[in-house]
Design a protein around this ligand. Structure first.
Ligand code: FAD
Length: 116
């Protein structure tokens, strides 16, 4: 059982890292195609997430709090809030969402920034 819990936690950390980094990199002014893509990504993730119990809970959360796709800020704040909902359920600390975009900068900004 110890191994299972460790693997589940590891999968969770990796997934949250991806989700928050995606949101931090999402366009400030997304097209309707980009909006649809992000929305569907979260919906599909909630069906395909490898931990079945987690997926079931996440599906319910998404019904209550639909993915926000109108802008980078909206998506990042939504992802932080939904992660906090999971934190709450698991008895974890609530995370401060105010500096979320800086924390999850992936270092892969293609506009303006030259690789050095
Ligand atoms: P994590 O919650 O994995 O967070 C990783 C790091 O992100 C933290 O150390 C912190 O630096 C930062 N962080 C914390 N909160 C936020 C936030 N709100 N916004 C941005 N950054 C933040 N586990 C279960 O046991 N049962 C479940 O039902 C379950 N459902 C899950 C559903 C989804 C969609 C995902 C992605 C994971 C789920 N997990 C579930 C795993 C769980 O959320 C944790 O990932 C795991 O327990 C490891 O927790 P952790 O304390 O290392 O921090």
């Amino acid at each position: 059982k110890m191994g299972n819990a460790t693997q589940k936690a590891e999968l969770g950390r990796s997934t949250w890292k991806l989700l928050h980094t995606m949101a931090a990199q999402y366009p400030e002014k997304p097209s309707s195609e980009e909006r649809k893509a992000l929305y569907q990504f979260f919906k599909l993730l909630s069906r395909l997430y490898p931990c079945g119990e987690c997926a079931a809970h996440f599906q319910l959360l998404l019904k209550q709090y639909p993915p926000q796709t109108s802008s980078r800020v909206a998506a990042s704040q939504w992802a932080c809030a939904i992660h906090n909902k999971v934190n709450e359920r698991l008895g974890k600390e609530i995370f401060d969402c105010s500096n979320i975009e800086e924390k999850y900068n992936c270092g892969c900004d293609e506009e303006g920034e030259k690789e050095s």
